[in-house]
Unconditional design. Structure first.
Length: 275
């Protein structure tokens, strides 16, 4: 049961699957893969038919990596295919371009072990930041985030950021059907509407190491807007966690990444989280 996550015994350990969608990211993957914590049990690279050495480089740097060849185009489809292949208790989404820092992952896992169902990074909390967002994208993200706060009565600070970790058994609850970058927004809204315990944690978004972004500001922004409106007027979802509608916890203070024992051994419930 999902609500059992609030009372996991300290002796219970968890396994972690990291999902990395990639398209022509051979130059960036060595940096990303070498920063993934050693306690991660499964890394899945969803390759979007790269024409460079993405797959070869991934196997050289992380020999046990699982390669999944993407069936359809776009980030959302890649993530859904990676989710379906994952076997870990917890799924973590990571970008292949170096913008999301794998060393922050321990903080996400720690909060899940402390009782959260769904943890999302935010670039706009205390201790957070971004070096990879244009003024246009920043204003667009702000506008969409404010719209969600008004329509859903929640306190999200960052809507369009894809550093997310959650329990794998939530996949049927999220029931994801998005193919593009709007999947990140969809996940946030579906978790919120299911009254899951959602926690925002500070995260720093670095500049893409090399290559070109696959994000199209206007096209993908429009798809995010349509996703918001669709979810606002969709039938209500079952309350799985017994929480009031629109509750989002935040973890704004920087903390040191935990050791393997601290991450997998469990810690005091809800430490440091505020609403």
């Amino acid at each position: 049961m999902l609500t059992d996550k609030f009372s996991l015994a300290p002796s219970v350990s968890v396994t972690v699957s990291v999902i990395i969608p990639a398209l022509n990211e051979a130059q960036n993957l060595p940096f990303v893969l070498r920063r993934i914590p050693a306690w991660v049990g499964e890394v899945i690279l969803v390759d979007g038919h790269s024409t460079d050495d993405t797959v070869r480089v991934a196997r050289e740097v992380w020999p046990d990596i699982r390669i999944v060849t993407q069936d359809d185009c776009c980030k959302g489809a890649a993530l859904r295919q990676g989710f379906a292949a994952a076997t870990g208790d917890i799924i973590v989404m990571l970008d292949a371009d170096g913008s999301t820092d794998p060393s922050e992952m321990g903080m996400f896992i720690r909060l899940l072990r402390n009782g959260a169902h769904f943890v999302k990074g935010s670039r706009f909390l205390q201790g957070a930041g971004t070096a990879d967002i244009s003024p246009l994208r920043q204003w667009g993200n702000l506008g969409l985030t404010l719209l969600v706060r008004i329509l859903f009565g929640c306190s999200f600070s960052d809507l369009c950021y894809g550093y997310i970790a959650f329990w794998r058994d939530l996949l049927p609850v999220l029931d994801l059907d998005a193919d593009g970058f709007e999947i990140e927004t969809l996940m946030n809204l579906r978790a919120l509407r299911a009254r899951l315990k959602v926690v925002e944690v500070h995260s720093f978004e670095a500049r893409r190491l090399s290559g070109q972004s696959h994000l199209n500001t206007f096209r993908d922004g429009w798809r995010v807007l349509l996703t918001i409106l669709r979810e606002r007027f969709a039938p209500a979802r079952r309350n799985l966690a017994g929480l009031d509608d629109g509750e989002v916890w935040t973890f704004p203070q920087p903390i040191q990444a935990p050791t393997r024992n601290a991450v997998l051994g469990g810690m005091r419930s809800d430490a440091g989280m505020t609403r």
